[in-house]
Design a protein around this ligand. Sequence first.
Ligand SMILES: *Cc1c(COP(=O)(O)O)cnc(C)c1O
Length: 384
Amino acid sequence: MNPDAISLLDAFNGKGANSPWVDEILKQHRNTPSLIVDLDHVRSKARSFVSSMPRIQPHYAMKANPHPEILKVLIEEGVRFEIASIAELDMLLALNVPAREIFYSNPIKPLQYIEYAAQKGVEWYVLDSIDELDKIVSVYPAAKLYLRVETQNLGADWPLTGKFGATLPEIHQIIEEAKKLNANLSGVTFHVGSQCRNLENWHIGVENAKIVFNMMTDIGFEPVLLDIGGGFPVQYTKPIPTIEDISESINSAIADLPESIQVIAEPGRFMVGDSSHMVSRVIGTATRHGTRWIYLDTGVFHGLMETVEGMRFELFTETGGAKIPCTVAGPSCDSMDVIMRDEMLPINLQEGDYVCFQNMGAYSTAYASDFNGFPKPEVIAFSR
Ligand SMILES: *Cc1c(COP(=O)(O)O)cnc(C)c1O
């Protein structure tokens, strides 16, 4: 790979001078904002996931970051995929991913999308309501179906309960309706919430899934799939359980599942979150009601969407020195475009300075728009 890329990665990894990443960015005339992706790190995350949970086939949730270079590395590592839309499906088909290995895990799918996916050879479809069951079966009666059940999201920094997941009484009704329709109900899934820092959630999810398996078997179905979803965390500013801790809990919970049940997971954030750094520049500063405001060339609409729900990312500056609490905002004229408040930043931080958000590989550029005329970050993906 190109030597520039190596020195930039080394600079980020703290080898070299005082603020080496800034020197490298300058030397290489890199524009901001940009997302610098270390593909080797993505590869090592995929390997650590597989080695810590040997029974579990990962299906990457590509919404976290669908950059083609990332998808290619994951394909090389034997990772499969889950999708939410046919645009995502088309990206994978273009990379020669076999359709039968792709899981359609969005609980609400447009009718035409189901038709299209079925025609392309996608076999597995999730549902969490009778309405969606009827819809899928009406266009693709032989679809293999898995039921998304509600589960505890306590201790997840980005909870997902409330939008998706069937509750116990609904599960009963769905299973009965599936029986009536002679549908191919074959699996159970749950999602513990994104950036889940509570080990217990997976254990509870698996135990609940076993209850649903029993309900399914009682009525004559033969379950063959457990999909434990995503939620595996990466290190931001709060402590997280390691993948070893998490896998210990999951491996023990799935140990008594019969061999006939295939177990998969849908990690998104885990695979890419800590692979990337977002480089940005200060475009202006102001003091308002005594508070120091720092405006950057990237913001909520341009890659930092997750900060609106209070997620914090570590921010490095090229200058050091005494620090004061600052409000950090994006470039647009929308009042929602505030990235963080009370962030301790150097007093002398000024227009033109570089800043760098750490661990921004997931749900960053995937969310980004060019709202208000400001460009999305350029994605620069490297491997050695
Ligand atoms: C978003 C999503 C995931 C990935 O979640 P992470 O928290 O990024 O691991 C997995 N499965 C489904 C169905 C999702 O919607």
